[in-house]
Design a protein around this ligand. Structure first.
Ligand SMILES: Nc1nc2c(ncn2[C@@H]2O[C@H](COP(=O)(O)OP(=O)(O)OP(=O)(O)O)[C@@H](O)[C@H]2O)c(=O)[nH]1
Ligand SMILES: [Mg+2]
Length: 462
């Protein structure tokens, strides 16, 4: 059992709001609330019933605020401990005063993530679910929220538990082999064991490989707009954002630096980079800008390649075509409102191999088609490649990916040992390492260091 003192912290963001919540958790939570909160119409608070009352300074009897309070008795609370919450008026001064009263009455200020850490230590949630709490708070799009909620509801934990159970089953077979190898019972052959391990490797790999998609869903897809000067890159950025974020002029070479902003596209967050137009330049500032364009293009998940349909193809356009080779992207054949000098076929002839959208960045009503094409391109990036239902489950944390890598490594070693007819004890060592790696995802085995690293990223009061 986790012996704890009583902690207090504001659970709502600092600043002015309609309401703020001060949260207490620990063995003295009810005593401390009793010392600083007087219910208006009853002597004692009933668990899970919100009551109106006054927050008072017990030293002077002075009223601090009129507020609501609620108590939740252990273990049926978020932390698994006695929890009390005061919903007060949302001013920073009031909140500070109430927290100070709780401290005077014997509470300690909570560390970042300490409420959630207690929930984990008291067995209310596992580690993957605790991390999901932080991911929900940090979510920036529906797709990010979806993975976090899936994880909070235990879908990832359940899948990991399933995989771990299969690993443990192999271990059990090996135990039989160790214990009864002299006796006359049918033992699974080494080939069978290796085949079983092989299937497990494939399943763990599916989850492991979902990380790339998970990251895009969580943090958003990074798209870089590239094209020769004057192609209309900044106009496109402004159109997507719905603001005049970047300067647009008829002078080629207007944008010098990378301009970044994000936009919501359906369930996805898209992080857009508008860049300096690509061309041979003798201007030092412009050259540095173009280097930045190249860097941004290299790091992007998706390229938006812009071409000016009113002008013949130039060497810079061919450079842009080359940049898109083998990369996910969308080509925009811009300025279709002007007489055409080139068509989609010309771009294809020069090797462009991504979808092409004829477009006009100065026409607001074309934004819908652009958003639809971009959403399609992003969906293709984050869609699971396999069709099995397990492929839908997505991980988005490095810690989970690393644990799955370790499990894969151990399983591969076990397979090799099984096939080369090593003693079952040797195979079992790697099998147990795989089980431990999987268990670390849900926190079956975890060290203080790991917990510190996870909960450090939480805000105080979470
Ligand atoms: N007719 C027409 N003009 C456009 C279109 N898109 C952009 N322009 C114009 O083309 C010029 C250049 O547009 P920008 O958006 O600044 O082009 P850019 O690619 O950002 O240019 P640099 O920053 O110099 O690399 C401006 O005068 C725009 O108004 C379009 O679809 N049709
Ligand atoms: Mg520009």
């Amino acid at each position: 059992m986790y012996a704890a003192d009583t902690i207090v912290a504001p659970a709502t963001a600092p600043g002015i709001g309609a309401v703020a919540i001060v949260r207490l958790s620990g063995p003295r939570a009810f005593d401390i609330l009793g010392a600083i909160f007087r219910p208006a119409h009853c002597a004692e608070l009933t668990p899970r019933m919100m009551r109106l009352g006054d927050v008072v300074d017990p030293a002077t009897g002075a009223r601090i605020d009129r507020a609501l309070a609620v108590v939740m008795r252990r273990p049926a609370s978020f932390t698994g401990e006695d929890v009390a919450e005061i919903q007060c008026h949302g001013g920073p001064f009031v909140v500070r005063r109430i927290v100070a009263l709780a401290l005077d009455a014997g509470a300690r200020i909570a560390e970042p993530g300490e409420f959630t850490r207690r929930a984990f230590l008291n067995g209310r949630i596992d580690l993957a679910e605790a991390e999901a709490v932080a991911d929900i708070v940090a979510a920036r799009s529906d797709s990010g929220l979806r993975i976090a909620l899936e994880q909070l509801s235990g879908a990832l934990s359940a899948r990991v538990a399933e995989l771990r159970a299969q690993v443990v089953a192999i271990r059990a077979h090996l135990e039989v082999e160790i214990d009864f190898s002299d006796e006359d019972i049918r033992l699974p052959s080494r080939r069978e064991t290796a085949a079983e391990i092989e299937r497990l490797i494939a399943d763990v790999a599916v989850l492991h490989d979902s990380f790339a998609r998970g990251l895009l869903m969580r943090d958003g897809v990074r798209a870089t707009i590239v094209g020769k000067p004057n192609a209309g890159k900044s106009s496109l950025l402004n159109l997507l954002l719905g603001t005049d974020r970047a300067i647009v002029t008829a002078i080629a070479g207007t944008t010098r630096d990378v301009i970044e902003d994000s936009v919501q596209l359906g369930p996805y967050a898209l992080v857009l980079n508008d860049t300096a137009g690509v061309r041979d330049s003798t201007d030092d500032v412009e050259r540095i800008g173009i280097e930045r364009t190249m860097r941004s293009a290299r790091d992007a998940d998706l390229l938006i390649a812009m071409f000016d349909s009113s002008r013949p193809l130039e060497p810079a356009d061919l450079d842009v075509i080359r940049l898109t080779a083998g990369r996910p992207g969308l080509a925009i054949l811009n300025k279709r409102d002007l007489p055409a000098a080139i068509a989609a076929g010309d771009l294809r002839e020069h090797g462009l191999n991504i979808p092409i959208l004829p477009f006009s960045a100065i026409h607001l009503d074309e934004a819908g088609a652009l958003r639809a094409e971009l959403t399609k391109a992003i969906a293709a990036l984050v869609a699971p490649s396999a069709v099995s239902s397990n492929a839908q489950l997505t991980i988005s944390r490095e810690r989970h990916r690393d644990a799955l890598s370790m499990a894969l490594e151990a399983l591969k070693n076990a397979r090799t040992s099984a096939l080369s007819l090593m003693p079952p004890e040797i195979v079992a060592v790697d099998i147990m390492a795989a089980a431990a790696a999987l268990g670390s995802i849900t926190g079956e085995v975890s060290s203080e260091d790991v917990l510190d690293a996870i909960f450090r990223d939480f805000c105080i009061g979470k």
